[in-house]
Design a protein around this ligand. Structure first.
Ligand SMILES: NC(=O)C1=CN([C@@H]2O[C@H](COP(=O)(O)OP(=O)(O)OC[C@H]3O[C@@H](n4cnc5c(N)ncnc54)[C@H](O)[C@@H]3O)[C@@H](O)[C@H]2O)C=CC1
Ligand SMILES: O=C(O)CCC(=O)C(=O)O
Length: 416
């Protein structure tokens, strides 16, 4: 099932559990605006021209400015960006931060582009969308293949048209008003979420065996913090390769290796592993932290983990959800588990609007408060609707957005 069909399906199940009116259901599903920049043309370093296609989907703004990352990846396409934008709407509502949802991306391989090509591409894309984003309308942030430097270029290009506007993006470098703790926030939030779930099962991180797919921003921060808390990471993969070590991988050494070599490949602190098999490695807790749709009916039956923490967006296909649920595997869904990133993005935006910087301890403490509260809210919905954690999170998010939509006057005014 493609990402959009899967996300729509989860939304519809939640709408039914909530008993939403069918017209409201349809209105919540349809995106507010879809932008396709067909021509992002840049001169390459060798003087030839290259054209890329960029997207920004603004899904919903009932609860506040639309918010979500920008992804640079060869597989970026319309349906996936739509699904990711919709997930942001439910995610910001689950986290209970005053935003709607959006997502964007450019179909490109950032590993194949030089820094100056990436800068030109980012600036051209920003020129084409600058009138449609803004501090109180739509605030981009990093996602796969982008980071603080990308946000700095967007901020600079946007500011040429609108005046200096640090709050137009989050996940910026701290030199430009980025928040302390944003870089680590998604991984740290994943760890807080894992602790909340394990605590609910009378367990702790220490002594658990973890497998992590993806060792970029989210996967590497999650690994570092789990390692510090005594969790044993027995296998890790990224786009360059995979390794395993039943005694636990030395994560600080792996972080150094990845910094120097731009990937896991060549690390000697474990045995190499077929990256295709990482998801079915023996462990207690599996953390997908890379691509979507990777847990599906082909591999769900072979998964050994008892818990799956969705650090990536939509890693689990609905067919796999069913198989895993029958096996008793507990899945902590993306729209809660990885909400730490957008939550600290919210703190960054608040700091920018107030012109007042928080220290890192305050950021991390507030993040923990938000993650702990959201877990309790999700669990309450699970009890009210007798459903699993994914539907608990979806009903929580969809209900909050539906209430805001109706309270703002949906269906009134233009009917009279
Ligand atoms: N950066 C953020 O703040 C947030 C990111 N996410 C999600 O987390 C996931 C990871 O994002 P980031 O860490 O930011 O991206 P990133 O670009 O920093 O890292 C991505 C990682 O995935 C690896 N990867 C790519 N293809 C792979 C494959 N086939 N097998 C194994 N590994 C592979 C890359 O080598 C890299 O290590 C994405 O699904 C993203 O949407 C979710 C919430 C916030
Ligand atoms: O920090 C943000 O605004 C968005 C992060 C994001 O793209 C996500 O949570 O998937």
């Amino acid at each position: 099932m493609n990402a959009l069909a899967a996300t729509n399906r989860n939304f519809r199940l939640a709408a039914r559990l909530l008993g939403l009116d069918s017209k409201l259901e349809k209105s919540l599903l349809i995106p507010f605006r879809e932008i396709k920049v067909v021509e992002c043309t840049i001169p390459q370093d060798d003087g030839t021209l290259a054209t890329f296609v960029g997207f920004r989907v603004q899904h919903d703004n009932a609860r506040g400015p639309m918010k979500g990352g920008i992804r640079y990846h060869p597989e970026v396409e319309h349906d996936e960006v739509n699904a990711l934008a919709q997930l942001m709407t439910w995610k910001t509502a689950v986290a209970n931060i005053p935003y709607g949802g959006a997502k964007g991306g450019i179909g490109c391989d950032p590993g194949e582009l030089s820094t100056s090509e990436l800068e030109r591409l980012t600036r051209v894309f920003t020129q084409k969308i600058h009138e449609l984003i803004g501090i109180h309308t739509d605030v981009p942030a990093p996602d796969m293949g982008t980071g603080p430097q990308t946000m700095a270029w967007i901020l600079d290009e946007y500011s040429k048209f609108h005046g200096y506007s640090p709050a137009v993006v989050t996940g910026k470098p701290t030199d430009l008003g980025g928040s302390l703790g944003r870089d680590a926030a998604t991984g740290r939030g994943v760890v807080f979420a894992t602790e909340a779930l394990l605590n609910d099962h009378g367990k702790a991180i220490s002594g658990q065996k973890f497998v992590i797919q993806g060792f970029g921003n989210v996967g590497s921060w999650a690994a570092r913090l789990i390692h510090e808390k005594g969790g044993k990471i027995v296998a890790v993969s990224d786009a360059t390769g995979a390794i395993k070590n039943r005694n636990g991988i030395d994560i600080p050494s792996l972080l150094n290796h990845v910094k120097e070599n731009k990937g896991i490949n060549g690390f000697h602190g474990g045995d190499s592993l077929d990256p295709e098999l990482i998801l079915v490695e023996d462990c207690d807790i599996l953390i997908p932290a890379a691509l979507g749709g990777i847990i599906n009916r082909e591999n769900a039956n072979d998964i050994k983990a008892k818990f799956i923490i969705e650090a990536a967006n939509h890693p689990t296909d609905p067919e796999a959800d069913e198989i895993l649920s029958k096996k008793g595997v507990v899945i902590l869904p993306d729209i809660y588990a990885n909400s730490g990133g957008v939550t600290v993005s919210y703190f960054e935006w608040v700091q920018n609007l107030q012109g007042f910087l928080w220290d890192e301890k305050k950021v991390n403490n507030e993040l923990k408060t938000y993650m702990t509260k959201a877990f309790k809210d999700v669990k309450k919905m699970c009890q009210s609707h007798n459903c699993d954690l994914r539907m608990g999170a979806f009903t929580l998010g969809v209900n909050r957005v539906a209430r805001a939509t109706v309270t703002r006057g949906y269906g009134r005014g233009w009917e009279a």
